[in-house]
Design a protein around this ligand. Structure first.
Ligand code: ADP
Ligand code: MG
Length: 423
């Protein structure tokens, strides 16, 4: 069995290592998912000049990624994102400067040992086609010499964590969809509990709908795992959605701005960043908001069996000119039409469904897109228990964006610019 896990030309092959540390061997299987402590990563004037190249690929990069945060490197093709990331685990050797993981220089650790403690995920996934999903996920634990029970427990925990059906662990990569394979790639990188995750355009080859799903899952996973993650993308929208902080790189591997998504959108450091962030900055801010962050409207509620005259009375002067039928637990069942209200009492089945049904937790940009896609004027918003919390409309979103622009006083702008300049 062990013979199957040879060194390989894939990145997972590069993770190959020789011995297990006593700490890892001692850990109880049930604690495996959370055992490793996240560590901060600091670039100190890190520079890479490839042999024969006239100019550096990464030039004097200095920034600090706090432990447990996602830092997204974003910028046009060839600006040095992959190079910057690969210097962290010495897949690319640093020419000058340094990178510290948890305060310790990567230069003082062996490349093999470093890679063992770094999870690496790439766009091409790189799953081994002739090994099952379970065997793929078990790659690094096997190389570390974990025993069979511990490895099996770890694989099962990860399969569950990434939301795959347990029986898929016995299938082969080609039998899974692209999105499922990508999740397995993430699980494999997480298998040996890395200190740092390096993710290089991991969702780049996935279609837009699955990409959005994978991004959401990724955020859900991260909320649970709190890894320190360096994530590369050329897609500014992805950067804004996923990053706690964003490092915008420009030609020649120079750092143009390092800031939170909000700071980046409010106060781009220069014309390059402003162009890169794009003209629709207001719309992008919606990616930072949840539906519950803004004031929703209220629709008159109606209950089955209630006199329709009561409902019609409530409709006069209501914020939302339609009545929403809810059940005994105030969960939306649908909108009542004119003909529904023509009867004496409120029916149990309304004319139109409550879809799109939104959640207080939904990202505003996704909620708006659901509204637009459903060609619906209003959408009920429910809380975690499914109870009606309010109603969202396109008008609310557009009013919100306008008022926010106006509320952004000169003072705020100055503060945002100052904040952006500080880092
Ligand atoms: P990005 O990931 O942002 O597209 P890269 O880090 O891959 O950028 O590349 C940055 C620059 O370094 C590019 O000009 C690229 O051609 C060059 N480069 C990347 N890898 C190598 C290499 N192994 N040898 C020589 N030059 C390289
Ligand atoms: Mg790249």
């Amino acid at each position: 069995m062990h013979g199957a896990y040879r060194a390989d030309s894939t990145p997972a092959g590069a993770l190959r290592s020789v011995r297990s540390s006593s700490l890892e061997a001692a850990a109880a299987p049930t604690e495996q998912v959370r055992e490793a402590e996240a560590l901060a990563v600091e670039f100190r004037d890190a520079t890479k000049t490839y042999p024969g190249a006239e100019a550096p690929a990464v030039d004097g990069l200095s920034l600090e990624v706090p432990a447990g945060e996602i830092c997204v490197f974003v910028g046009p093709s060839g600006c040095g994102k992959t190079t910057a990331m690969r210097m962290v685990n010495r897949m690319v050797e640093i020419s000058s400067g340094d990178i510290l993981i948890g305060g310790e220089s990567v230069r003082e650790r062996s490349a093999a040992e470093l890679r063992r403690h770094t999870g690496y995920v790439i766009q091409q996934i790189g799953l081994f086609p002739h090994r099952t999903i379970g065997e793929n996920i078990a790659t690094v634990p096997r190389l570390l010499g974990w025993d069979r029970d511990r490895t099996r427990a770890r694989v099962a925990a990860l399969v569950e964590l990434i939301g795959l059906e347990p029986e898929l662990a016995d299938r082969y990569p080609a039998q899974l969809s692209g999105g499922q394979q990508q999740r397995v790639g993430v699980a494999r990188a997480l298998a040996a509990n890395p200190e740092v995750m390096l993710m290089d355009e991991p969702f780049g080859a996935v279609d837009p709908i699955n990409r959005e799903r994978l991004q959401n899952e990724f955020l859900r996973l991260q909320a649970e795992l709190r890894k320190t993650i360096l994530f590369v993308t050329h897609d500014i929208d992805e950067a804004i959605k996923l990053g706690d902080r964003i490092a915008v790189l420009r030609e020649g591997g120079r750092l143009a701005q390092y800031a939170t998504p909000a700071e980046l959108l409010m106060a781009p450091a220069d014309d390059f960043v402003e162009d890169f962030v794009g003209a629709d900055r207001a719309l992008k801010r919606l990616a930072l908001l949840r539906v519950g962050d803004i004031d929703l409207w209220q629709a008159p509620l109606a209950f089955t069996g209630q006199a329709t005259s009561e409902v019609r009375a409530k409709l006069a002067g209501a914020e939302v000119p339609y009545a929403l039928l809810v059940d005994g637990d105030r969960r939306p069942l649908g909108w009542l039409s004119e003909s529904d209200l023509a009867c004496e009492t409120v029916p149990s089945r309304p004319d139109s469904s409550p879809d799109p049904l939104l959640d207080l937790d939904d990202v505003m940009r996704d909620a708006l897109s659901d509204l637009l896609q459903a060609e619906s004027q209003y959408a009920p918003v429910v809380d975690a228990g499914g109870k009606i919390a309010g109603v969202l409309s396109v008008e609310i979103v557009s009013d919100f964006l306008t008022s926010e622009e106006e509320a952004l006083t000169d003072e705020d702008r100055a503060a945002a610019e100052h904040g952006a300049a500080e880092v």
